[in-house]
Design a protein around this ligand. Structure first.
Ligand SMILES: [Zn+2]
Length: 304
């Protein structure tokens, strides 16, 4: 086996793969539709073809795959990602893993993003970091003391379903007051519609804010406070040194500037800490790169 690894990012509609070397450099990157409507055998066949196309004969030592949901090795099922037939059925690793001649490691996609962004922005400087994905939902990956913390069931980092208001807004998960029910893209739009009587997609809300729209301003004022409270809870629980913010809603430039003063004012313990909120820098490469890092770890080339 050479010192090469494959990373796969399997989403609801597309699958992406990259080939990396032992220095974490991307040598090739390809994507194609995952075609979940055609069944999981077809999805697996698509993944295998994509891997072959990406590797082009280069011998790789392991494959890492990031995907929404939580993989349970005990029953070989993906939990919590109901949108494709690949999930919630036994046999994901058996089916894909049996057709690969190297080890396959599966991890939640937020954890893959956290790994990639951590190595891009924090490794060597700070070691305890939370990377948040804020888009249609809200989740996070945790690097604690330089190690990926997935928890015994792989459920660590579900901060979108931490309640910040016990009688607050209902969340899709069944609880009330979850961070996701206020801060996800659809939640921001919903709040704006409540105030303005008009539905506007989240990416347009910031334009309205900048144009002086008072309703958009109120949505962001509320959201900054809520995000500050939620992130302060996380810092207090985990003694984080930095927070990385990625996902579609993170493109709104307001968060990294406005949230830290709120959050840092709510911290408990050692005074004078200023925890930064860093914007994710890898864009849509983060998932596939973090997945490749899992493979490099499997090959004992990386440690985390
Ligand atoms: Zn929830």
């Amino acid at each position: 086996m050479g010192d090469y690894a494959i990373g796969i990012d399997l989403g609801g509609t597309k699958v992406e793969a990259c080939l990396v070397d032992e220095t974490r450099r991307i040598l090739a990157r390809r994507r194609r539709p995952s075609e979940p409507a055609l069944g999981r055998e077809k999805v697996v066949a698509n993944i295998l073809e994509l891997v072959a196309e990406t590797a082009r004969g280069v011998p790789y030592g392991a494959v890492g795959m990031g995907t929404p949901g939580t993989y349970s090795a005990a029953d070989d099922i993906m939990y919590g990602a109901p949108h494709t037939p690949l999930y919630e059925k036994p046999g994901l690793v058996n089916l894909l893993g049996s057709k690969l001649s190297v080890p396959l490691v599966i991890e939640n996609d937020a954890n893959c993003l956290a790994l990639a962004e951590y190595f891009a922005q924090c490794h060597g400087r700070v070691s305890t970091v939370m990377a948040v994905i804020l888009g249609t939902g809200m989740g996070a990956g945790l690097i604690l003391g330089g190690r990926l913390h997935r928890g015994p069931h792989g459920n660590a980092g579900e901060i979108g379903h931490m309640s910040i208001a016990i009688d607050g807004r209902p969340c899709e998960c069944g609880r009330r007051g979850c961070g996701e029910a206020y801060l996800s893209g659809p939640s921001l739009s919903r709040r704006y519609a409540e105030l303005a009587g008009e539905s506007v997609p989240p990416e347009k809300l910031f334009e309205r804010f900048e144009a002086g729209d008072p309703h958009a301003r109120r949505v962001f004022d509320e959201s900054v406070r809520i995000m500050g409270e939620l992130f302060a809870n996380c810092v207090n629980a985990l003694d984080l040194e930095a927070i990385i913010l990625g996902g579609g809603v993170s493109n709104i430039p307001l968060w990294s500037e406005k949230v830290p003063p709120v959050m840092n004012g709510l911290l408990f313990g050692t005074p004078g800490r200023t925890i930064p909120i860093l914007k994710a820098v890898l864009g849509d490469s983060a998932g596939v790169l973090g997945a490749a890092y899992l493979a490099l770890r499997e090959m004992k080339i990386m440690e985390f």
